[in-house]
Design a protein. Structure first.
Length: 411
């Protein structure tokens, strides 16, 4: 067998036209923009602070005739301030020392006043700088919030969302464009997968329907041998199980999408319809269905929500004890959310097997389907529908056996 060399990796898509003589260091990156922004803010703040200090210093050092701590009257020097003490008589040296002390005290007072005013100016500039920096940082980082909001919407299975970020060709725009390209590929992959499942399920419906019709015609013949009738019933049951599997796969593929058209739906009405459909099977198995169902309005698809309730109630009836079993179905509003709970008696379920029950074709203590209880897609479909409605479904083992299934949906 010949081996082919691996394909070379596809080079990344450039974010600017490589034909243009544009140097990388001239590209308006976030690093350069933040450097210019905060460097300019620091320079402006420094200029303002120096200007204020200069003006305050000039005002403090300005001395007029009225500001002198002494005055000269007819050859005599008299103090004008109480803190300036000049000798009435004395030598010239004593007089000079006293005047120097008065001037030194006046300088100290001027410096204290300058320090106090500078602190107030610094406090005001700090408030302005923090407010301006907060606003500018929010403006620079606003594309990240847009990317985060889009990612959250995509996490809700809405792959049609795109960021489509406008602005300079920086790192954030490159990240947004890469994220959009990834979403395009994911949407194409999911769409192709769902289309394949839908087409395959549709193509399988026709032969299964033909087989069911042929088997029913042969079984309706009263002259058919007993062995042939028994074989026909077996094949009809197998064919019916295959039809359920196809329908389940088709519904599972459809329910993975986000619900676009939503209408008001009452979970109590949905649960009541599901109980009515399963009541006959429950009576055959001797299982009592009970529970109070209060009004719980949600926005969603009524058919899909009914499928959740039907799957949970059917599983609760089928996986029950032989005698004296019960199933309790309740609905209510709890903390602004609609809650559907289905609990039942049944076999003891280990806690480590809870997560496996929600996987397709998995059942309690069985990896593949092999009984008449279903095709192993009920809980997978219920979880997909709940996620498509923005809700969730959890399972909790009950003491003494059985499960408590809780579906929580936003109102």
């Amino acid at each position: 067998m010949t081996t082919h060399p691996p394909h070379p990796a596809v080079p990344p898509k450039p974010t600017w036209d490589p034909r243009e003589p544009m140097r990388p260091w001239l590209r308006p990156t976030i690093r350069i923009r933040l450097t210019l922004l905060y460097g300019g803010m620091f320079l402006i703040a420094g200029i303002l602070l120096l200007s204020i200090i200069y003006l305050l210093t000039a005002q403090a050092l300005h001395v007029s005739v009225g500001d002198l701590p002494f005055r000269i009257v007819r050859g005599e020097v008299l103090p004008t301030q109480t803190w300036c003490e000049l000798p009435a008589t004395g030598t010239g040296e004593q007089f000079n020392e006293a005047v120097a002390g008065c001037l030194q005290h006046q300088r100290e007072m001027a410096l204290d006043d300058l320090l106090r005013r500078s602190l107030f100016a610094l406090l005001g500039l700090s408030v302005i700088a923090f407010a301006f920096g907060y606003a500018m940082a929010g403006r620079v980082l606003s594309p990240l919030g847009r990317i985060t909001r889009t990612a959250r919407r995509v996490a809700g299975s809405d792959l049609t969302r795109r960021i489509e970020l406008d602005g300079p060709d920086d790192e954030l725009k490159e990240l947004a464009d890469t994220f959009d390209e990834m979403l395009d590929r994911l949407e194409r992959a999911f769409t192709a997968q769902q289309r394949f499942v839908a087409n395959a399920s549709h193509e399988l419906r026709t032969p299964l329907a033909i087989n069911r019709t042929l088997l029913e015609v042969h079984l309706s013949d009263p002259g058919a041998p007993v062995e042939l009738q028994q074989l026909g019933k077996t094949l009809l049951a197998t064919n019916e199980r295959s039809e359920q599997l196809v329908e389940g796969l088709l519904l599972l593929a459809r329910s993975d999408n986000q619900i676009v058209e939503r209408k008001p739906v009452d979970l109590a009405e949905v649960a009541g319809r599901a109980v009515d459909q399963v009541r006959g099977e429950a009576m055959e198995k001797g299982v009592e269905i009970r529970g109070e169902r209060a009004a719980a309005m949600v926005q969603g698809n009524g058919v899909l929500l009914e499928r959740i309730a039907l799957n949970l109630v059917q599983n609760a009836v089928r996986y029950n004890i032989p005698e004296g079993g019960w199933v309790e179905v309740t609905t209510e509003m709890r903390q602004g959310q609609a809650v559907l709970e289905v609990s039942n008696t049944g076999p003891v379920v280990p806690g480590y097997e809870i997560d496996n029950m929600f996987e397709p074709f998995r059942r309690l203590r069985q990896e593949r389907t092999g009984s008449d209880r279903g095709v192993g897609l009920g809980l997978s479909i219920a979880r997909s529908i709940a996620r498509a409605h923005g809700g969730r479904i959890i399972a909790e083992p009950r003491e003494g056996g059985g499960l408590l299934m809780r579906v929580t949906l936003p109102a």
